[in-house]
Design a protein around this ligand. Structure first.
Ligand code: FES
Length: 252
């Protein structure tokens, strides 16, 4: 939108509900404001909260697509409020909280509990079996492996992939894109000594990669454009190999 163009009047329909207040009833409120150049949803929401409704709840911290706290449903699609330009949206904008996560109030959800439970379930930390030796020489790692690990670490845990996942919406134990990406990140780390058979136990079953029904909305909505399809293929290759070895061992 250029400075000389006639500014649009944006209409925001925003979900409101405070689960802590027994008198609160889920509903939507409508707010209107004039669009300004390079306005993001974060800027629009801040203006609404400053000038129209100081009680409006939504989350943000970094305002630059790094902290992952401002994710919400924007016209039915998960997105980061700080990264979404209103110019890319129609004049009528519907904002709802992310599904799957516990609602705190209005557009604010608790993603932290989901991500902590996922990290505990998958033991998302380096499992080193050698005793700690402070005098040992640091192990070398190839540039390719380091780059692959870094790629997985780019996830900002915003929850967009979880919210977009049909399976995660009906089963909150499903690891979804963020959880499976986290598993793959440790699986490819040579400092983690877990065997492929142990990884199989983590990603098999109803909560793991074989339960994914392949809609791939997770990859479509990921604001960091993580290659989740490749991540799932990697997990399946590694763990299926371990399964076949285990089966042939039992057959002998
Ligand atoms: S405010 Fe940090 S990602 Fe949007």
């Amino acid at each position: 939108m250029s400075d000389t163009a006639t500014a649009r009047r944006l209409r925001f329909e925003i979900f409101r509900y405070n689960p802590e207040d027994e008198d609160s009833v889920p509903h939507t409120d409508v707010f209107e404001l004039e669009e300004t150049p390079f306005m993001t949803l974060y800027i629009a929401l801040s203006q609404i909260r400053e000038k129209q409704d100081p009680g409006l709840q939504f989350d943000f911290a970094c305002r630059s697509a790094i902290c992952g706290s401002c994710a919400m449903m924007v016209n039915g699609r998960p997105a980061l409020a700080c990264r979404t330009l209103t110019a890319d949206l129609p004049e009528s904008i519907q904002l709802y909280p992310l599904p799957t996560f516990k609602l705190i109030g209005d557009l604010s959800v608790d993603t932290g509990t989901w991500f902590r439970e996922m990290a505990e379930k998958t033991e998302a930390w380096i499992h080193e079996r050698l005793p700690f030796d402070p005098d040992a020489t640091e192990e070398r790692m190839s540039d390719d492996v380091a780059a692959a690990i870094y790629e997985g670490d780019r996830c900002i845990e915003c929850g967009c992939c979880v919210a977009s996942c049909g399976l995660a919406n009906v089963d909150d134990t499903f690891l979804a894109g963020a959880g499976l990406n986290r598993v793959a990140r440790f699986m490819m780390d040579p400092r983690d000594s877990r065997s492929d058979a142990e990884w199989f136990d983590i990603v098999a079953g109803d909560q793991g990669v074989f339960a994914c029904i392949g809609m791939m909305a997770c990859e479509d909505v990921c604001p960091k454009e993580l290659p989740l399809l490749e991540v799932y293929a990697y997990l399946r290759r590694r763990t299926l190999g371990a399964r076949f070895v285990a089966k042939s061992d039992r057959a002998v």
